[in-house]
Design a protein around this ligand. Structure first.
Ligand code: PMP
Length: 344
């Protein structure tokens, strides 16, 4: 446990071993016990520290990466931050192709962490040469001594969570977990964690969270890619307009879809009621818990674990900005706390 050690060799020593925190107030009327795996306690403030460190260390072990080489990735921000952090400590160049949907704060952070950033249009098909997938692929082909992490299609993304997130949750709940609720973007977190948990107890129910405007839930139900499901939405890091190879659809029992608006309000509610200042997708995951409770998914004694992927500070110009909420038409005067202008 990292808490026992007080002095660390470098920041990477602190990746993983995040706390499981009991949720009390938001779920006071729900049946069951609810725990959040709060991934913002990672040094890069998100679950992606695990993925980045694991994939890079696997490449080192295979002799594919040597100091001075370049690591390239497509990223909505969190993975990029984690790769940039690992690159600094291990001595790699870092090039990131980022979606224009990413918050300006995230892009500034990546640049601060020494990464070279290419901002690519969000609302183009994945196979368009301007998409962040195609841009990253092209840079990789043109850069000698580079690796492309390709988190959406890299099996190691699943292994990273099989290796750490799964065992941690199993141990923290002393094997009593009944439900895992987790967002699905690349699908690495939910698939790897679920794979480990189901190996320990096949009855653990795995529920994914998807966005309206994404193809994931429909694909899980039909195994068909339905492009009619796709339309722009605001939540970053959740859902997809393609079928990620890093998602093990067979291991996930069910998906819940959540809206941009409800997820935003639930993220704010989490801060106000539990004191947990978390990212937009944490609000989405908590919103899914609310919907699951309404449909009677949980019973007394259940031990439900929900993964909160990142920290609220990354969304100051979005979900936690009253102006942004107003601009989206999400502002509900009755639920918001007005800022008082105090004159001295
Ligand atoms: N939440 C946020 C904020 C993310 O950046 C991501 C990753 N895209 C996810 C959730 C989903 O995690 P995964 O990619 O492992 O499915």
């Amino acid at each position: 446990m990292k808490n026992k050690k007080q002095v660390f060799d470098n920041v990477l020593d602190l990746v993983g071993n995040t706390p499981l925190i009991k949720l009390n107030r938001m779920v006071s009327n729900f049946k069951g016990n609810f725990y959040a795996k709060v991934e913002s306690f990672n040094p890069g403030h998100s679950s992606k520290d695990r993925t980045a460190l694991y994939i890079i260390e696997q490449a080192e072990k295979k002799g594919i990466l040597k100091p001075g080489d370049t690591i390239i990735e497509t990223t909505s921000g969190n993975t990029g931050f984690s790769i940039a952090m690992v690159s600094i400590i291990k001595g790699y160049e870092c090039i990131l192709a980022v979606s224009s949907k990413s918050s300006p704060d995230k892009i500034d952070m990546l640049k601060t962490m020494g990464a070279k950033v290419f901002v690519c249009p969000a609302h183009v098909p994945a196979d368009d040469p301007r998409s962040y997938y195609e841009v990253a692929k092209r840079i990789h082909e043109e850069t000698p001594g580079s690796i492309y992490i390709n988190q959406y299609f890299n099996e190691l993304n699943i292994d990273a969570h099989y290796d750490s997130t799964g065992p941690e949750i199993w141990n923290q709940t002393e094997g009593k977990i009944t439900h895992l609720v987790a967002c699905s973007g690349t699908g690495g977190t939910i698939s790897g964690t679920a794979r480990y948990l189901k190996e320990q107890n096949p009855n653990v129910k795995i529920i994914g969270v998807d966005a309206f405007g994404s193809v994931i839930k429909k694909y899980h139900e039909t195994r068909e890619f339905d492009k009619n499901e796709i339309y722009p939405y605001r939540i970053e890091g959740l859902g997809k307009n393609l079928i990620p190879g890093a998602t093990d659809f067979d291991i996930i029992d069910d998906f819940v879809k959540v809206t941009d608006e409800e997820s935003a309000h639930t993220a704010r509610e989490l801060a106000r009621t539990e004191g947990l200042f978390s990212g937009y997708t944490s609000g989405a995951a908590m919103q899914a818990i609310k919907q699951l409770d309404e449909r009677g998914e949980f019973k007394e004694g259940d031990q439900v674990v929900v993964i909160f992927p990142d920290h609220g500070s990354r969304y100051m110009s979005k979900v936690y900005s009253d102006k942004w909420m107003q601009d989206q038409g999400f502002f509900d005067a009755q639920n918001e706390v007005a800022a008082e202008n105090i004159q001295y």
